[in-house]
Design a protein around this ligand. Structure first.
Ligand SMILES: [Zn+2]
Length: 331
């Protein structure tokens, strides 16, 4: 019988869940508010509820669910999945989330997998996205921050303590501007969505012409989306800002290609709406800087999975883990 899993994507605002078939097809889709302020126990209860709703909507009995996968911000250590560093869901930190989830589902024998959200999004790309059949790939998530996930040899690479793939904190400029992490000159401080908006303000202050100048002067806080739209409509200053962002990201691509020799680098997140205006400079800069052997056969692409990547990846990863488990053993 075809196997299905429930995938859950725990976000700072919403918990999304869906039933996913073995070929990656999404059979149901639900979303409920996270309400992280209600604390750890309430969030765990809502994760279970979202999974239950997704199962019911797909009309699957629990006996037809092979596994549950949960993608969450943060890093998780050990067999109990102790949460390290979860800035948006502070109350989860230090607690054995995976052990608690297994108990909360109350179904002994049901495999439950817990993994970092960017890691499962990377797994989704390698499973059914642009990285289909790729053994080695890297995903950059471009948003308020810059995160990432690594799939190496078909497996999520978490590193020794779950701290791998902090791609936003690779260094571009040793004495550069301050990053949210406390260091100076991180990629995130130059190529995230807020960084792009900050550079627009600097460009306007320097007198560069742009259709967004008036909005900046009136403190209407034009954001990365406004900049992308203006650039697509032909605004030269906004185009130059995207080109510059692409150069920074291209340097980061050079770093990961040089270190890991992956077949594919994928970008996802709001900034990818810029399309070729961002992708072309990324490719140009990476080509210019990377050894031919690491660059020539590598692909650099924008994701096409949209908002379901987290749910699909969490379910796919849970199925993958379940397949790897010896039969008849308690997970
Ligand atoms: Zn940083």
């Amino acid at each position: 019988m075809a196997r299905r899993a429930i995938g859950v994507d725990l976000g700072g605002t919403n918990i999304k869940a869906g039933a996913v078939a073995e070929d990656g097809a999404l059979l149901s889709r639900v979303a409920i508010p996270t309400r992280g302020g209600d604390g750890h126990d309430a969030v765990v209860a809502r994760i279970v509820r979202a999974a239950e709703m997704a199962r019911a909507e797909a009309r699957l009995p629990w006996s037809a669910v092979a596994a549950v996968g949960v993608g969450s911000p943060g890093a998780f250590e050990g067999a109990d999945g102790v949460v390290h560093h979860s800035p948006n869901l502070k109350d989860m930190e230090g607690k054995p989330l995976l052990r608690t989830l297994r108990r909360a589902f109350g179904r002994p024998g049901l495999p439950v997998a817990l993994e970092n959200d960017a890691n499962v999004a990377a797994y989704a790309e390698s499973w059914v996205g642009v990285g289909r059949r790729c053994r080695h790939m890297v995903l950059f998530t471009l948003g308020t921050g810059i995160g990432g996930g690594l799939v190496l040899d078909g497996e999520i690479w978490r590193g020794a303590w779950g701290a791998a793939a902090e791609l936003g904190h690779m260094n571009l400029f040793p004495d550069g501007i301050r990053c949210a992490c406390g260091n100076r000159g991180c990629l995130e401080a130059y190529a995230s969505a807020p960084a792009l908006a900050r550079r627009l303000r600097a460009a306007v202050a320097a007198g560069q012409p742009t259709v967004l100048a008036e909005a900046v002067r009136r403190r209407q806080a034009p954001d990365a989306r406004d900049i992308t739209l203006a650039a697509r409509a032909g605004d030269r200053t906004c185009r130059a800002l995207l080109t510059e962002t692409g150069r920074y990201l291209g340097i980061a691509v050079m770093n990961v290609l040089s270190m890991l020799n992956v077949e594919l680098v994928v970008f996802t997140g709001g900034l990818t709406a810029a399309g070729a205006l961002l992708l072309d400079p990324i490719r140009r800069e990476a080509r210019r800087r990377t050894f031919a052997l690491a660059f020539d056969r590598a692909r650099i692409l924008f994701s096409r999975m949209g908002n379901d990547a987290g749910v699909i990846g969490a379910a796919g990863w849970a199925l993958h883990r379940q397949r790897a488990l010896p039969r008849r053993r308690t997970p």
